[in-house]
Design a protein around this ligand. Structure first.
Ligand SMILES: C[S@@+](CC[C@H](N)C(=O)[O-])C[C@H]1O[C@@H](n2cnc3c(N)ncnc32)[C@H](O)[C@@H]1O
Length: 204
């Protein structure tokens, strides 16, 4: 029988289970080795960013987005709560800075990264792994790390977990406004029956 785990703190129990984390790293390394396109999300962020931008990859996992953006010449900080995934990001993408932290308590100046960001991304269903009560805090923490006029890209599903409605409710408390909304990372138009949502938010 499967049961829904009770949320504890800001992450679901078992999220950082070591076997699962190592399997996740292996899965993405194998997809990269097969030449699979793993960079659609990062290409969108690259298009939004000035050259040589300072970018935050929030819930970075093993670093596929931040690694791509660092290779494109950006100054990237990636953050994830799972130390195994951060170890893999450091090994595979040494051109970026990778830090272990819970996004709901994110304080990068306290971790030696005082400069605000030109842009940030939280994609790959990261927000579904954050407990509902902590989700607004994550959006607020990401907004707090942006410079004025900086952007945040949020990817989420529309019918389960963290939805566009949850995102919209969190925006006023985060000092962010919705600038654009799409149905895919290659910018297909947003429709009310879309199954995925890509939001571009702007810091006021
Ligand atoms: C499905 S993975 C996506 C990883 C990466 N964004 C990608 O698209 O490849 C979700 C990630 O969110 C991270 N995560 C979940 N809750 C978090 C939290 N509260 N703080 C930091 N990272 C978190 C997990 O550890 C995991 O690496």
């Amino acid at each position: 029988m499967t049961t829904t785990p009770e949320p504890v703190g800001s992450v679901w129990p078992g999220l950082t289970d070591q076997d699962h984390s190592h399997a996740y790293v292996d899965r993405f390394r194998q997809m990269a080795a097969r030449g699979q396109d793993l960079h659609g999300e990062a290409r969108l962020v690259d298009a939004l960013a000035p050259r040589g931008a300072r970018l935050l990859d929030a819930g970075c996992g093993p670093g596929r987005h931040g690694g791509y953006l660092a290779a494109a010449g950006h100054d990237v900080v990636g953050v994830d709560v799972d130390p195994i995934l951060i170890d893999a990001a450091r090994a595979d993408h040494p051109g970026a800075t990778w830090l272990v932290s819970d996004l709901s308590r994110l304080d990068l100046p306290a971790l030696g990264e005082p400069e605000p960001f030109d842009g940030a991304m939280v994609v790959g269903n990261v927000m579904d792994f954050v407990t509902p009560e902590a989700q607004p805090r994550v959006i607020e923490r990401l907004g707090a790390h942006l410079r004025p006029d900086g952007f945040l890209v949020v990817g989420c599903r529309t019918v389960r977990g963290f939805t566009p409605a949850d995102l919209d409710a969190a925006l006023p408390g985060a000092g962010l406004v919705l600038e654009q909304r799409f149905a895919t990372y290659d910018l297909r138009p947003w429709t009310d029956d879309a199954t995925f949502c890509v939001s571009v938010l702007r810091a006021r």
